[in-house]
Design a protein around this ligand. Structure first.
Ligand SMILES: Cc1cc2nc3c(=O)[nH]c(=O)nc-3n(C[C@H](O)[C@H](O)[C@H](O)COP(=O)(O)O)c2cc1C
Length: 150
């Protein structure tokens, strides 16, 4: 499908018809989300997938009781991960595991750690939130075919 068509057909669903999204489709969606861009590629988010109806209902008041929260197949809660330091460690480990040499990546890793240290807690949260929003948007576009009723 053309990107323009995808953009034109995307819409905010207000209520779902309770059909369940198959696990394979959900996995595909999460895998695509993993490819969202992020600063330093550290993906500072966590996605909580909620399929239990009782949990959706518990969260409903926090969303002004909007019907899409309780009628959806799976509720994806995107959380900004402020443990930037931990994410940098993970990225370093992954680079090493993929065959990068410590001496080749050390300056890059050091630069990231310096950047992280220079931030206040408030900046860390805001930085992670803005990137989490990008990942959430990726889901909106890739999920558009999974929508059910408007
Ligand atoms: C940051 C943001 C927050 C939104 N919050 C809600 C919301 O709480 N409930 C809702 O029904 N739609 C929400 N929307 C969807 C917008 O209302 C919707 O995108 C806009 O009316 C245009 O309609 P469309 O997306 O169907 O083209 C939100 C959109 C954005 C970008």
């Amino acid at each position: 499908m053309e990107f323009k068509q995808i953009v034109m057909e995307r819409y905010a669903t207000k209520k779902f018809d309770k059909r369940q999204i198959p696990q394979q489709k959900l996995d595909e969606l999460l895998e695509i989300t993993r490819h969202a861009p992020s600063s330093f590629n550290i993906e500072p988010w966590k996605i909580i997938v909620i399929s239990k109806q009782a949990t959706k209902e518990k969260l409903s008041p926090a969303t002004w009781n909007q019907p899409q929260i309780t009628s959806c197949s799976h509720l994806l809660v995107f959380c900004a991960n402020t443990d930037i330091k931990g994410n940098i460690d993970l990225l370093e480990n992954e680079m090493l595991a993929k065959g990068a040499k410590q001496e080749d990546i050390k300056d890059y890793i050091q630069m990231m750690r310096g950047f992280e240290k220079g931030m206040t807690d408030e900046q860390r949260l805001s930085w992670a939130q803005r990137q989490t929003f990008l990942a959430q948007n990726e889901t909106q576009f890739t999920g558009h075919k999974s929508r059910q009723t408007r």
